[in-house]
Structures are given as structure tokens and as C-alpha cells.
Design a protein around this ligand. Structure first.
Ligand code: NAD
Length: 549
């Protein structure tokens, strides 16, 4: 049985976004499908349809209206929507994902128009399997699931967080060719502690406080069992869970099912990419670096662990690798001498340093080769901090990763200016090129979108049994290898995002290769892996799409 009703005819075709091609249906198709008279006489090409929608989107006054218009295109004709997005990925990515998706989630109840994805409520315990049975997709390769508690930096948005799994899955398709009919966004609606939402008559979720006791984990257990029963190879990506749950869920599930957490592991992969690129510039080993993080939350500890893994891969012992990484949180340097109780995820990095509450002093004390900002505290990489880094290092690594731009630890301009043009800089938010003393620097964003779609594609392609940290290192290496010498010369540690589709082919193949080498793949290895992965990537023009295969 196909994903869509193959024999659908007439208006049913036009109302089905998986089948509808609107004015692009040819004369013959209109006859065969019983569409005569239901469409105006003109036949448009796909390119003309794209142009029509592009003009419509351009006319919208705000990013949110552009988001809504793009989503409307998707409700009408999914293949056209993806053609639009793929041909304009740099322009539309900030609309379908961050930053616009944040506003869309905040207003999700007010802009809600039509169903998409699956909502599983705390009240559904005991019946989750019946709810999963209602999903119309016969095949699901990937689920992005959130409980809406920590949506971007916006906090608890309850069921309105659904905009995130929807947007993220659109990127899996647009960037790495995951078939959109085989994707499923899921929201676990366990309530919300957002008082404003609880009072809002247009709020779309369960109107009670969050369920946060043992039944929360029981619901997730039931959800995972139900989706794996229906789609045994499904890859599950946990998204925007509050820190404690995020780490705990990963611990519970990482060895049991194919799953990962992009906030923790995808971020780590893209940041390690930045380090690998920086090593190409500095011609040094990662295990020679001494890295100080500003921030010790999920992003920081996820990145720190993957850096340690990368150092171990270079031959360093884990103990030594951990000793080269230090964290600084809101209370100061994370040390074993601190009297407050440190969260579990910080303990491996709590070394025997003196207590220190000024970041500049920590830099003075530790003399790191790299500082990584994941604190969401703007301007904390001050002139003093950056010039100290330049004093201790010929080419200091300075990654200001906090989002949005207003929260960045420093701007690109500050990093280059205060380091006298020596910084190897990457950011979490986009920055324009910077002119400094006659040289143009092109800073690029360590955007997770470089890696998570291709990691997903590589795991889906191989039917990976699990997704260990090595997968994220494989992805990071592949991406770093694709940064051109010319880009490195301009200070760019990442390739242009406009090349994402090609980059993704190589990354997905590298991930697949890792899965074959480590006994995680459940298919036979093709002779030409890269060609096979490319072939498996869905295209909007794929005739199988309309046929629902
Ligand atoms: P989090 O809330 O888990 O962690 C924030 C950390 O910052 C905590 O450890 C906190 O103690 C620390 N902190 C707060 N105030 C501080 C201060 N004044 N001085 C030092 N430390 C302080 O958040 P997170 O999920 O780890 O994300 C942190 C930031 O990283 C966010 O801005 C997020 O947008 C950004 N991020 C960027 C990327 C990317 O660029 N690819 C990916 C993920 C997260």
C-alpha cells in the first residue's frame, strides 16, 4: 500500500499536497485525473509556479507573514514548497527555521491553520499505540520530537513548540533529501507552565501545568515503543527538551534505539567542525589545544565531550583530554574546589583549579588556545579577554556561539579588531564580512543545519541500529574537509551554506561509512557509497513522490 491513495482522482488530487501539482498538471494528466474544468486553462511550468510563489512571499511585510505564506504553499503542494526552499535555501532557511520559527512558535495558537504531525498528550498514556496508528504515513524514517519545554531560547511554549519539529524536518528534506512523506513531527503535550498560554483562549495544547513526575518518562517509553512497533527502523531526534530531561533521555535511549539530540550532539558536531578547520589553518592537533568554555549548559558539555572524543581518537587518553577542557558558568570557573553542588554533566570538567569568578582572570590563569562562548551573555568576550587571547596565542580560536545576535559573546568585528586580525572566529549567529587593515574576513556561522540533516540521512540510509558519538565526529571531519583553502584564507571555518545539498551528500556518505565500519548498518554496503546516497536523496521532481512510493 502506498503512502497516498494512488487511485485518487478529481478534487481529491488537488486537495492532497502530496499529489497536487496545481497548474503544472499537463493536459494529459488533467484528462487522466479528471481535473478538466477544476483548474484554469493555462498550464504553468514548475519554474513559473516557483516564480509566482516567490513574488508572493517577497510581497509579505514581515518574516512571520512570509513564514505563513511559505507554509500555505506547503499545504497546497509539498513538492513545490521544497523546490522553493531548496532553490532559495539561504534566503528561506531563516524563515522556515531560526529566527522566524521562534516567533511562529510563540504565536502558533494564533496562526494555527491546519493539522501537521502528531500530538500525544499526557492523558493518552495507555493508548499511545492507537494514536500512532492514526498517522497517515505508511512509512516513517525519522521523527523529531519535542515536549515544548525549552523552545530555542524562548522557554516553555507547550504544544506551540510543534513549529520546531516541523521546521527541522523541512530542513532534513531541503538540505539532505530525506523524503518528506517519511518524516513525522511529534509533540508530547504534557502541559505547560507558561501562564500566558494557560490563560490564552487560543492556546492549542492541554490546559494544565506540566506533568513532570515518573509518568513523564513512562509516556516517553510508551511513545518510543509504539513508534518502533509500527516503524522498526525509525530514527528519533529529541529536540528542545529542558536540560535535565535532554541528558537523561539521551542516557536512557542512546544504546537502545537509533536516536540523538541535536541541541547536544548536532551542536557539538558543527563546533568540532570549526575546530578541525582551525587545526587545518594552525597546522596543529586538536589534542594540543587548551579550551575554555564560557557557559556550562547542554551546548557546552555536549561540545566538550565530543572534543574529548576527538582528542582520544588522536591518541590522547580520555583523562588527559578532559584535563585540556575547562568550563566557566554563571558562578565562575568550574573547579573541584567549588563549594556549591555541581550538576552531573559538569563533573568530568571540574579540575583542581583555584576558584575564580572573573572570566578574564580565568583566561589569565589557564592561558587557553581557544575560548567558546555558549552562555547567552552578550559582550562577555570583552576587549580585555580577546586581547589576552591574542597575547597568548598567534592565532587564538574565538567561537562566540550564543544566539540570537544580541546574545553573542562578541561580534565578528570585535573578534578581529581586538585580536589584531589574528582570531580564528566562528559564531552562532550570522555576521557580515569584516574589513580589517586591508583584509576582508568572511566569518561563517556554526549552524547545526550543516550537519544534522545529513547525519539523519546517513543513518536512515543504513538503517543504523544506534547513533554513537563517532557518527558526529565522522560528520564533523567530512564537513571540515569540504572547507576550501580559499575559504580558510578568508577566515571562514565553514563552507558556504548555499552548497548544503552537495555538502550533505558527502557528510551523509561519511556517516553511512562509519555505520558500515562499526557494524551499525543493517543494509549491504553498495560499491559506490556516495553515488548510492545521492541516488537515495529525494528530489521535488521525483515521480515516486506523487505516486506515494
Ligand atoms: P543552557 O541554558 O543550557 O546553558 C547556559 C549556560 O550559561 C549555563 O551553564 C549557565 O550557567 C551559563 N551562564 C549564564 N550566565 C552566565 C554568565 N554570566 N557567565 C558565565 N556563564 C553563564 O543553554 P545552552 O542550550 O547550552 O545554550 C547556550 C547558548 O548557546 C544559547 O545562546 C544558544 O543559542 C547557543 N547555541 C548555539 C548553537 C550553535 O551555534 N550551533 C547551538 C546550541 C546552542
Amino acid at each position: 500500500m502506498s503512502t497516498c491513495e494512488k487511485k485518487e482522482k478529481g478534487v481529491g488530487v488537488l486537495r492532497n499536497p502530496w499529489l497536487n501539482r496545481g497548474l503544472a498538471f499537463s493536459e494529459q494528466q488533467r484528462d487522466a485525473l479528471g481535473l478538466r474544468g477544476l483548474l484554469p486553462a493555462a498550464v504553468s511550468t514548475r519554474d513559473q509556479q516557483v516564480e509566482r510563489w516567490k513574488a508572493l512571499i517577497a510581497q509579505q511585510p514581515t518574516p512571520l507573514m512570509k513564514y505563513i505564506t511559505l507554509d500555505t504553499a506547503r499545504m497546497i503542494d509539498e513538492a513545490l514548497y521544497f523546490q522553493l526552499v531548496m532553490e532559495n535555501v539561504e534566503e528561506y532557511m531563516p524563515l522556515i527555521y531560526t529566527p522566524t520559527v521562534g516567533e511562529a512558535c510563540q504565536k502558533f495558537g494564533h496562526i494555527y491553520r491546519a493539522h501537521r504531525g502528531l500530538y500525544i498528550c499526557a492523558e493518552d498514556r495507555g493508548h499511545v499505540r492507537d494514536i500512532v496508528a492514526n498517522v497517515p504515513n505508511q512509512k516513517v524514517d525519522i521523527i523529531v520530537v519535542t515536549d515544548g519545554q525549552r523552545i530555542l531560547g524562548l522557554g516553555d511554549l507547550g504544544a506551540c513548540g510543534m513549529g520546531i519539529p516541523i521546521g527541522k524536518l523541512a530542513l532534513y528534506t531541503a538540505c539532505a533529501g530525506v523524503n518528506p512523506q517519511h518524516t513525522l513531527p511529534v509533540t508530547l503535550d504534557v502541559g505547560t507552565n507558561n501562564e500566558e498560554f494557560l490563560k490564552d483562549p487560543l492556546y492549542i495544547g492541554q490546559r494544565h501545568k506540566r506533568v513532570d513526575d515518573e509518568t513523564y518518562y513512562a509516556l516517553i517509553e510508551e511513545f518510543v515503543a509504539a513508534v518502533r512497533e509500527r516503524w522498526p527502523n525509525v530514527l528519533i531526534q529529541f529536540e528542545d527538551f529542558q536540560n535535565t530531561h535532554a541528558f537523561k533521555l539521551l542516557d536512557i535511549w542512546r544504546d537502545r534505539v537509533p536516536c540523538f539530540n541535536d541541541d547536544i550532539q548536532g551542536t557539538a558536531s558543527v563546533v568540532v567542525t570549526g575546530f578541525y578547520s582551525a587545526m587545518r589553518v594552525k597546522k596543529e592537533k586538536l589534542s594540543d589545544q587548551k579550551i575554555l568554555f564560557l557557559g556550562a549548559g547542554s551546548a557546552a558539555t555536549g561540545i566538550a565531550h565530543l572534543i574529548a572524543d576527538a582528542m582520544v581518537e588522536e591518541g590522547t587518553s580520555r583523562e588527559e583530554a578532559l584535563s585540556k577542557i575547562a568550563l566557566f558558568d554563571s558562578k565562575g570557573l568550574v573547579t573541584s574546589r567549588r563549594t556549591d553542588k555541581l550538576a552531573d554533566n559538569k563533573l568530568p570538567f571540574a579540575h583542581d583549579y583555584e576558584v575564580c569568578t572573573s572570566f578574564a582572570d580565568a583566561v589569565r590563569h589557564l592561558k587557553p588556545t581557544a575560548i567558546v562562548g555558549v552562555s547567552a551573555q552578550p559582550k562577555t568576550f570583552s576587549e580585555e579577554v580577546i586581547s589576552l587571547m591574542a597575547q597568548y596565542n598567534k592565532q587564538p580560536i574565538i567561537f562566540a556561539l550564543s544566539n540570537p545576535t544580541s546574545k553573542a559573546e562578541c561580534t565578528a568585528e570585535e573578534a578581529y579588531k581586538f585580536s589584531n586580525g589574528t582570531a580564528l572566529f566562528a559564531s552562532g549567529s550570522p555576521f557580515d564580512p569584516v574589513e580589517f587593515e586591508g583584509k576582508t574576513f568572511v566569518p561563517r556561522q556554526g549552524n547545526n543545519s550543516y550537519v544534522f540533516p545529513a547525519i539523519g540521512m546517513g543513518c536512515i540510509y543504513t538503517h543504523a541500529k544506534s547513533v554513537p558519538n563517532g557518527v558526529f565526529l565522522a560528520a564533523a571531519k567530512s564537513l571540515a574537509d569540504q572547507v576550501s583553502e580559499e575559504d580558510l584564507g578568508k577566515g571562514a571555518l565553514y563552507p558556504p551554506l548555499s552548497e548544503i545539498r552537495e555538502l550533505s551528500v558527502a557528510i551523509a556518505a561519511a556517516v553511512a561509512e562509519y555505520c558500515f565500519e562499526h557494524g551499525l548498518a543493517q543494509i549491504e554496503r553498495p560499491a559506490d557509497l556516495k553515488a548510492a546516497v545521492r541516488e537515495a536523496m529525494w528530489q521535488p521532481s521525483d515521480p515516486k513522490f506523487a505516486a506515494g512510493e
